[in-house]
Design a protein around this ligand. Structure first.
Ligand SMILES: *Cc1c(COP(=O)(O)O)cnc(C)c1O
Length: 394
């Protein structure tokens, strides 16, 4: 199970588990042990593992065409962009291959809009402490966490970190160089911290007042997970740009940047591109995924199940000496603890339930949007048991 020697770069601290098969919310390791998956490959397999509709779309596409390059028209790019814009406030879409690439596109579009369309020359982007926006040089610089940036100096210029959920402090970070504010509606990697409505309203107000673009990173919160197709809908705001990836193609690597019509002037021919972005295979997987999420109203399901899990966890863990708070939105849920949870996570895994951390002290749940109530009940029971035994042992 545990790899003793490896030809891989050791960039991941891996769990001592080797998963070899999956179906729905069930996974099996190389010893045949079954797991209930409540983390979905980090918010990726939102329709569960190997969903039939997506598999059929992929298999059909594999018989037709794999790749032609963006030098040609690709009809399913138009179809998917139409689906996404019909179901959101966006007018235009750029397809890429990952979350970090989607955020790179957002950063480039914001700078270029200010430099080539508005001619303000502005380039600075305000992001937030504890945020996470990716691992490329620009997106790790956008990320407000020192541990992600360590050893990668010099970082690209033009990022400033404001305290999250601090409406009063925010205007003080705006300068005559600021072109955009970029944030997550739920800071996911940062500990499942939900944005306060009043804070988001202030972000929106300041963007309008100072002519800044509002960029929302929906890479983890998008595609129905929080109870709306995109989490910014909870706040009644329309970002100029938002980014998606993770769940958009059920595990096929893909990202997208979505934006308002005015950004089209910034992203003219030759200004940005990607070899694999929008490849026919990715489009097939994403169309089937998005049609399922929208058609089956899975955001509503996430909202309802999320409320249930949160209530159950609060009831079962309320008053527990290690637990501070159960928080989240829809099916992104954090159990905030008073101390590091790595050993608790290992104990939960050992009992066949897969959850993940969000920062050192938070147990994070990201179940499939199709998870059943029975599966959730089982997961909640195991988590409550492990926590109860831990208290007994103290
Ligand atoms: C995962 C994630 C990213 C980075 O996505 P990659 O596909 O790993 O590049 C960026 N922002 C948020 C909020 C994420 O959760």
């Amino acid at each position: 199970m545990e790899q003793q020697s490896s030809s891989l770069f050791p960039t991941y601290a891996r769990y001592p588990i080797t998963i070899v098969k999956g179906k729905g919310s069930r996974l099996w390791d190389d010893t045949g042990k079954e797991y209930l998956d409540l983390m979905s490959g980090l918010a990726v397999t939102s329709l569960g593992h190997c969903p039939e509709a997506v598999k059929q779309a992929l298999v059909a596409q594999l018989d037709e065409l794999w790749h032609v390059s963006n030098l040609f028209h690709i009809p399913n790019q138009e179809k998917l962009a139409g689906l996404l814009t019909a179901n959101s406030c966006a007018d235009r879409v750029f397809f890429c291959n990952s979350g970090a690439e989607a955020n790179e596109a957002a950063i480039k579009a914001a700078r270029r809009y200010h430099q080539k369309v508005l001619n303000t020359g502005r380039y600075e982007i305000i992001t937030f402490q504890q945020s996470f926006h990716g691992r490329t040089l620009a997106t790790l610089t956008a990320t407000g966490q020192a541990k992600v940036q360590e050893g990668f100096l010099p970082l690209p210029e033009g990022f400033v970190y404001a305290p999250f959920n601090d409406a009063e402090a925010l205007e003080g970070y705006i300068t005559d160089k600021t072109c955009a504010i970029m944030l997550e509606m739920v800071q996911a990697e940062g500990g499942v911290i939900v944005a306060d409505p009043a804070f988001v309203q202030e972000v929106k107000r300041l963007c309008e007042k100072h002519n800044l673009l509002l960029i929302v990173d929906e890479i983890q919160t998008g595609m129905g997970r929080t109870g709306k197709l995109f989490a910014h809908e909870h706040y009644g705001i329309e970002p100029d740009i938002f980014t998606v990836a993770k769940a958009i193609a059920s595990g096929f690597p893909m990202g997208a940047m979505l934006g308002k019509e005015k950004l089209a002037e910034a992203f003219t021919a030759g200004s940005h591109g990607s070899t694999f972005g929008g490849t026919p295979i990715a489009m097939a997987a994403a169309i089937a995924t998005v049609e399922t999420i929208v058609g089956d109203k899975l955001a509503d399901r996430a909202e309802e199940l999320g409320r249930y899990v949160t209530e159950q966890l609060r009831e079962k863990l309320g008053g527990h000496p290690l637990v501070n708070e159960v928080r989240g939105k829809g099916l992104i849920i954090g159990i905030g603890c008073k101390e590091p949870v790595a050993d608790l996570i290992a104990a939960i895994h050992a009992r066949g339930v897969l959850v993940v951390t969000a920062g050192p002290n938070v147990i994070r749940l990201l179940p499939s949007l199709l998870v059943t109530k029975e599966e959730l009940d089982h997961g909640i029971e195991v988590i409550a048991q492990v926590l109860a035994e831990r208290t007994a042992a103290v």
